[in-house]
Design a protein around this ligand. Sequence first.
Ligand SMILES: Cc1ncc(COP(=O)(O)O)c(C=O)c1O
Length: 419
Amino acid sequence: MKDLFEKIYKDKGPLGKWAAQAEGYFVFPKLEGEISNRMKFQGKDVITWSINDYLGLANHPEVRKVDAEAAAQYGSAYPMGARMMSGHTELHEQLQNELAEFVNKEAAYLLNFGYQGMVSTVDALVSKDDIIVYDVDAHACIIDGVRLHHGKRFTYKHNDIESLEKNLERATKMAETTGGGILVISEGVFGMRGEQGRLKEIVALKKKFNFRLFVDDAHGFGTLGETGAGAGQEQGVQDDIDVYFATFAKSLASTGAFIAADQEIIDYLKYNLRSQMFAKSLQMQLVVGALKRLDMLRTMPELKQNLWKIVDALQSGLKNRGFDIGTTQSCVTPVYLKGSIPEAMALVRDLRENHGIFCSIVVYPVIPRGLILLRMIPTATHTLQDVEETLDAFDAIRERLDNGTYKRMSAALIAAMGE
Ligand SMILES: Cc1ncc(COP(=O)(O)O)c(C=O)c1O
């Protein structure tokens, strides 16, 4: 019989196999200093474009003050136990009510982490006779929620309404035999490439098909829509989203998440969400911190305005200089370049070491072979000077990519990898 660990000793997995070349630099980098537009990486100052602190709240003095006071008052233990047992408080309830109002839903329920909460919500919404239809590019937490489902599931091509319609036809036929219902899941904003889920068109299909819509709006909450209520508000269909999800990990610059829906649905989830029934309640300091952040979202529209000033400057600057930023319709700003993985590594080193620009890099197998995706997250803390410096740096690296400099620099690695 094999030792269970044998496979682990042999194969570190699709990302783990690059650990020797990448760890500490391309993956698990250590960004130091206070969270802001400029931080330190390996002792050097860098303009940071890889942190989802969209509204600049992470290090806002008012937020830091409330966080510190809440930590002093409550510590990190209170309340102890799961919500249902001993972890429920007045402030948890207040935060839920305020979140529900903010996203224009009847009720909301807190989740300890977005990832775990999404998995659990998908699990709780369906039974084995139901059918899930979801976007093929959905975030891992949606995919993992679907994995728990004992019934049928279909993916539709990314943001492709024709494909969704075809799959809804199949799902409808199947539901007629199983006697179940249909759950459609999309993201509000797809975090890798920045395009919005086509929520308006998905909602329009409700006229033809009988389904409920669940939207993960991690990147839309706080950044899109007139009041920051997200992609549904932006597209004028918030009322038609049956279950709305957002995390505190992006615009609210914290930890935690929530779902919002009709009161009856939240009442059901409250008693059936295993991630909340069998896990410790969200700590009070996070609840108090989220109340403060939400208040700032409501009362300081300038946060979102500052964010969009930077988004517009960065995205239009990139386009004007001839960069391909794909199909983004949000703050997420991808820049597509052509090159091999070793070239991408040399390019990112050049960006960080010589130009002081820190952004995330995505390569095959996440995107097609031969493409390099530099993913940038503008925030309200960035300045127009940051944008100008970054655009100049991008011009410089594109020139070196085109004239073969990175190919020469990484020749040994290219040969070793057979690129
Ligand atoms: C689309 C999406 N959904 C869910 C999550 C998970 O949220 P959390 O970080 O709160 O676990 C993320 C990442 O943070 C995300 O990008």
